[in-house]
Design a protein around this ligand. Structure first.
Ligand code: AVJ
Length: 347
């Protein structure tokens, strides 16, 4: 999956210049050669997919956004005080930046906001809105895949960094990918802190319904990944030949979104043909759910320790403040300069 995201990131970075079709194609084919077949959830987020995701967030079954917002709203001043003033807020996978507004309004003198997202137009529109609303805030939108290295523009006093990673996006990554990403984000934070949204294990029916809503928005969101693939790779997936399915994998503690082939079929991708058996699943997303213990252990493996956990009365969702664990940072990483200017920002 990381390979797909890197390739997609390169493509996004290149903008309208020279799309790296070959690498993208190769990484998609690599996923389709696995058993079960897999595609990256990054494929959900073209313009239509980003809008469908915003619709999902309003669904009665999709508790994640609502509960996270209620935690944020209820504990806002406490959260803002715990992360401190004059922050450069970096948000990987920022989307529409709805949850960010509340945080930015509560923070003391936020210096800059750096949203990072692959859906470039969506990103720019959100950045523009924020610029209009906060005239003293520097907003630097970066259109990139946040799992690959991205550079933050120089010239701004980006000292105290806060990585804001709400929404339980971390759930999309399996354990080794998540540890790698959290380590990467610790370097991005440069010894600062992170505010991360983490979805918790709960009644299976609640979790499954959140990914299989009655109105069928999640189904449309899932199937849209095939349209996106077709447009970017010139493949010929027939979305009508697949149906949406959400399953709880108890062993791996995750919801899995599948696209299930309705019949035996061949799909052309580049010069290759991929065969799907009737009933065969293409895995389009993992959404891992954690307990306080499993998440803390994973964060620790990435060099973070849990400073605070805020949760709702039913403990369905949590917002956690992670602090870079200085003892785990190797020499030369420069990861632990909490109050000093960052070398490359002042150079
Ligand atoms: C944006 C990754 C947090 O896993 O809940 C919503 C995406 N997928 N419905 C999630 C999603 C299906 C979502 N994340």
């Amino acid at each position: 999956m990381a390979a797909v995201e890197r390739a997609l990131g390169r493509l996004a970075d290149a903008g309208r210049r020279h799309p790296d079709e070959q690498a993208l194609l190769a990484s998609v084919l690599e996923g389709l050669r696995r058993r079960p077949k897999r595609i990256s959830p990054v494929w959900f987020y073209d313009e239509r997919g980003s809008c469908l995701f915003d619709e999902i967030c309003e669904l009665p079954e999709y508790y994640l956004t609502r509960v996270e917002l209620s935690i944020l709203r209820g504990r806002l001043s406490e959260i803002a005080a715990s992360v401190g003033p004059d922050l450069c807020v970096i948000e990987p996978g920022s989307g529409t930046s709805t949850k960010t507004r509340m945080l930015l309004d509560a923070l003391e003198r936020p210096a800059a906001y750096v949203p990072v997202d692959v859906a470039c137009e969506h990103l720019e529109a959100a950045a523009e809105r924020l610029r209009r609303e906060h005239d003293r805030l520097k907003v630097h939108a970066i259109c990139a895949d946040f799992t690959a290295p991205f550079s933050i523009p120089e010239g701004a006093p980006f000292r105290n960094r806060l990585v804001y990673f709400p929404g339980s996006t971390i759930g999309n990554f399996d354990r080794s990918e998540a540890v790698r990403l959290l380590s990467h984000l610790r370097r991005v934070a440069r010894g600062g802190s992170m505010l991360i949204g983490v979805d918790m294990v709960k009644d299976r029916r609640v979790m499954v319904a959140a990914y299989d809503d009655a109105a069928g928005v999640t189904a449309a969101f899932n199937l849209n990944a095939l349209e996106h693939l077709n447009r970017r790779l010139g493949s010929d997936f027939d979305p009508a030949g697949f149906h949406h399915r959400a399953v709880w994998n108890a062993v791996a503690s995750r919801i899995e979104m599948h696209l299930v082939s309705r019949q035996r079929q061949l799909v052309r991708i580049g010069d290759d043909f991929v065969c799907f058996a009737a009933g065969e699943a293409l895995v389009s997303e993992y959404s891992h759910k954690y307990t306080p213990q499993t998440f803390a252990a994973m964060a620790a493996a990435a060099g973070w320790h849990v400073g605070q956990v805020w949760t709702d009365p039913r403990e369905w969702f949590s917002l956690q403040r992670l602090v870079a664990d200085c003892s785990s940072i190797s020499a030369g990483d420069r990861g632990c300069r909490v109050h000093a200017p960052c070398p490359s920002d002042t150079a």
